[in-house]
Design a protein around this ligand. Structure first.
Ligand code: KMH
Ligand code: ZN
Length: 274
């Protein structure tokens, strides 16, 4: 099997600082997190930004500072969120792509999101895909439901994205596909040929889905964006969540990818050549 690519999603848009003291809020804190999760074994960092008071922002200058801090602290692959937070406009969500991160997400369909709706109509997806192409940013296709794969195939057929691509199954969001082994297997079977894949799952299903992906030959996303706890009643840090996956992968005989090995697997240029 290929070495395991571990993505860390350290902050997200929904978790609030009163839920955990371990969220990296400022660019400097994102840099410290990057250093710690790289040491623990991560190779990709999925970035959302916050204002100093912990509220969400997709301000380009905040992303510029976060990007610089993470790159200063590590050789991680930097992946910007274009999902942002509920209520952001598509233009706000795409604006930081002008900073040309190595990767960014492209959510492939609208989905219920708790009591909200995470809106990704075809015009929105085409607009974000156009920005990804304009700035030469590699997409990670976020698949919250099985039908999102059909949307990705349609976007590819119409020339908005290129397949194969890297796909992240985001399972367990209330209103979308539940996190279960059966559902993950269904998702993987439906993947377009040649795609690499990872799984992110919410809450206590993060670890079981990660272990399933390690065994299946997929890749893994962990972090406080999706799950706050190490186990019931004990808050986690991002680096602990990464370290646990590394330990389990080791027990299962799966090597862990360095960022440059991940770049090779994902078809990105090596950092040393960038
Ligand atoms: N915060 C969610 C509404 C992404 O980062 O691309 C969307 C999200 C997906 O987190
Ligand atoms: Zn995200």
């Amino acid at each position: 099997m290929d070495p395991l690519i571990i993505t860390v999603a350290p902050v997200g848009a929904e978790v609030t600082p009163d839920q955990t003291p371990h969220l990296p809020i400022t660019p400097a804190q994102l840099g410290e997190t990057a250093r710690a999760v790289r040491a623990a074994g991560a190779s990709i960092i999925h970035i959302h930004c916050r204002n100093d008071d912990g509220t969400n922002t997709h301000d380009v200058e905040r992303f510029r500072a976060a990007h610089a801090a993470v790159r200063e602290a590590s050789d991680l692959i930097v992946q910007f969120s274009t999902g942002g937070a509920i209520g952001m406009t598509p233009e706000q969500r795409a604006a930081p792509l002008a900073l040309r991160p190595e990767m960014a997400t492209l959510t492939c369909g609208t989905v219920n999101f708790g009591d909200d709706v995470f809106e990704n109509s075809f015009p929105i997806m085409r607009g974000i895909a156009a920005a990804l192409r304009e700035f030469g940013v590699a997409p990670e296709l976020e698949i919250f439901d099985l039908g999102h794969l059909a949307n990705a195939k349609r976007l590819a057929a119409d020339g908005h994205i290129t397949l194969p691509a890297h796909v992240d199954f985001v399972l367990g969001v209330p209103g979308a596909l539940e996190a279960s082994v059966d559902n993950l297997v269904d998702c993987v079977r439906a993947l377009p040929a040649g795609c690499t894949w990872s799984v992110a799952a919410t809450g206590r299903m993060q670890l079981p889905m990660a272990v399933t992906a390690i065994v299946m030959g997929g890749h893994v996303r962990v972090g406080l964006e999706d799950n706050l706890y190490y186990h019931k009643g004990r808050l986690a840090t991002n680096e602990e969540l990464v370290a646990r996956v590394v330990r389990i992968a080791g027990e299962l005989g799966r090597a862990v990818a360095t960022p440059d090995e991940a770049r090779a697997l994902l078809g990105l240029r090596a950092a040393t050549a960038a």
